[in-house]
Design a protein around this ligand. Sequence first.
Ligand SMILES: Cc1cc2nc3c(=O)[nH]c(=O)nc-3n(C[C@H](O)[C@H](O)[C@H](O)COP(=O)(O)OP(=O)(O)OC[C@H]3O[C@@H](n4cnc5c(N)ncnc54)[C@H](O)[C@@H]3O)c2cc1C
Length: 379
Amino acid sequence: MDIVVLGGGVIGLTLASLLEKQTEHNITVVSPNQQEAARYSALTYASKNIFTYLGIWEAVLNSDVGMYHKMHLYDANTQAAIDIDAHEFGAAELGHIVNNKMLSEVLYRRLQDTRVNFVDGFATELAHGAQKSKFLVNDQMLSADLLLGADGSNSWLRKSLDIPSYNYSYQHHALVATVELHTKHYNTAKQIFYPAGPLAFLPLSAPNTCSIVWSTNPEHAKTLMQMTEEEFAAEINVAALHSKRFCFPLNMRHVTQYVGSNWALLGDAAHVIHPLAGQGMNLGLLDAATLAEKLQNASLNNLYNSLRAYERARKGYNWGMIGLMEFCKRTFGSKNKGFNTVRSVGMRALNKFMPAKNLISKIGMGVYGELPLSARGYL
Ligand SMILES: Cc1cc2nc3c(=O)[nH]c(=O)nc-3n(C[C@H](O)[C@H](O)[C@H](O)COP(=O)(O)OP(=O)(O)OC[C@H]3O[C@@H](n4cnc5c(N)ncnc54)[C@H](O)[C@@H]3O)c2cc1C
């Protein structure tokens, strides 16, 4: 079968690597060779397992990677906190912080000298057929038995096929930067919940450097972007700013349909969620691992069944995470004093209740629910 993966971001390249390892299909990746802005992502234990399975975890670790084994969730309104320590659950860490661009480069290197072909450019002009689909890349006509759209939140494939989606604005912009702290981070990821939105500190490899994600209302984000570097560093109480600031409007999107007879969507092309729990890329990686697994024994005769099995495994799971993000955003964004007191009491109680903390850490580590084999960590 001729498979075309659209999009050479982390999700598209991971999918191509898994298909290359797990199937016999012909694989082409179509994507422009673009440089990503300096962004970092928190990777779960399940995602680490996928990269270990692909044999590239050592190479990922040799790039600019931070590790965190503690998590401190702090409610700035009521001073209540929840502390989670991986060691309490017998785990070595809760997750890693990786640079998106470096991760893409490691994946790209893995695919060199394999049977995966690369075509550099944007796919355009889709002629979708019941059997083969055709499209243009730089005036060159390409065709595929199966089109897999990992082409990001503005997915060309989703738009070309006119796939409807649920979507709304979170009324938040995310400000991203790298900062130097006054003290060491001690491999602790911190999330401070302000009424306007959460500020996350993600520990990087240098002992006093963090990547920050500050999700806040658009007016506040604009003010933060206009501050001088010194004013901004003082505002978040850090020693210095180490990078440019980037700002992204945040929207929720979830497609109503992940698959058709000869296409599928995954990663941000299928769902975009609030970054407050650092789960968007991790969900996309589980999509990729599940889809590759379901395509292992797929042929042109049973393709739709395999694609539907992927959709059944992932859609409800991703809805669950979208709901959880909404719950967190509303819970910490409430201006109701009575509700805030209840939240504070709830957080303090939860902090002493190990089974609940265990559940939170399992969700945070991506090790709950039905996982594809490559994400389970014992292959
Ligand atoms: C502020 C912020 C912080 C985040 N932090 C985290 C985090 O800590 N942890 C986490 O798990 N997630 C996080 N996320 C989410 C994560 O960044 C995304 O889920 C992830 O990068 C999506 O990857 P992707 O490969 O699906 O899409 P993208 O990275 O957008 O890649 C899409 C690719 O498709 C290509 N493309 C586009 N159009 C076409 C076309 N027509 N033809 C061919 N190719 C095309 C693009 O060039 C690109 O290479 C965060 C998001 C934001 C906004």
